[in-house]
Design a protein around this ligand. Sequence first.
Ligand code: HAM
Length: 413
Amino acid sequence: MRKLKTIRGMPDIFGNTLQKISFVEEVCRKTFHAHNFQEFRTPLLEDKDIFTRSVGETSDIVQKQMYEFQDKKGATLCLRPEGTVGLARALLTNGLDDSEIKKLFYIGPMFRYERPQKGRKRQFNQAGIELIADESYHADLEVIQVGVRILKDLNVKFKLEINYVGDVQTLSVYREHLRDFLLKNKTKIAEEFYQRLQRNPLRGLDSKDENIKAIFSKTKKLSDFLDSNQEQKFKSVINGLEALGIEYTINQDLVRGLDYYTGTVFEFITDKLGTQNALIGGGRYDTLLMDLGGKKLPAVGFALGVDRLAELVNPSHNDKFLFIGSLTSESKEYGQKIGSILRELRPDVVIENYLGEANVSKQLKKASSLGFKFVMIIGQEELKSKSFKVKDLNNSNADFLIEENNLAEIFND
Ligand code: HAM
């Protein structure tokens, strides 16, 4: 039989890693709710076409990272590489594209056929928000504030980088400028790179290649192409960040890898994860809904890499409360009754009914290695007396006795 294996870049998630991922997702969910964002779920599969039209034909995602296939009727579908486009599609197909401001969030898996490495997987989880139908800079600030709150709650150090990419027209003029500039520097760039950059010249700005970086440092910045109205809008966002006490760095080379951005773009980055340093990426996309066939509806949002953040968090919270061991089948049954009474009193803590067979000292060791605060072991004597010796595994309290008719005492601290 062929050896079983997982698909490259799509590891199973369990144990400690899953605990950290769940912790990040819980903090995200709590913060989204605190800002009154509502959950929205879209399918994992979409028509490929909607991504080609919006993320950009020449973007890395569409060029090489899509998991695409034909279904039985020949439709070209793909596993969603990100959540914004599917959500925009859903607003249109569900008639939710009115001018009412909407604050939506999603948490779930995305798929990109990238070369797996630290911080980069082919199936990964994103938690994202999208604020629809508000073109004011207040919406940009609201979204950024949510990102700041989450990273602070997770106790993760970050740097916020921000830029302003103008509108479709600005970007198109800037791309042409870069193409001319590239042509003038053609002899300095390897042919393969050159062709790729001619197709998508913005990619040169955030290239990691030293030669390309040096060449691009000599050309005009996108900010040189903004009109006074756009400059003023960017200034409002910057002033707003200052008023909110949010530290930021303007990164004039930040353009993001998806074509739908217009206006403010930002990334929250870390220096703890090597080259995959973006924790959150987002920005404004005022023409995406229109590009998908709807009317012009301004929007701004971000997505956060749950798996990347999980590598940086340390959930210290321990809710493992009581390990109920037992020595016979009869005492196991009785232990389950005690466990269920205690869980009814305190559904928020973890109570383990140990189901294995082991002597007292092994069960004590097990309780301790699993991180429980208290342990009690039910044998013949406890069955008869209906009272149990509770041992504090942190040793901060002496052992104490509790009785079946007074179980709540175990929670008195
Ligand atoms: P993105 O920058 O492509 O933006 O992805 C957002 C975040 O997802 C990244 O900052 C990173 O933390 C995480 N991420 C991306 N690819 C991978 C991967 N292969 N493995 C692990 N983590 C990854 C978007 O997806 C936009 N939809 C964000 C947005 C929402 N813009 C407006 N609204």
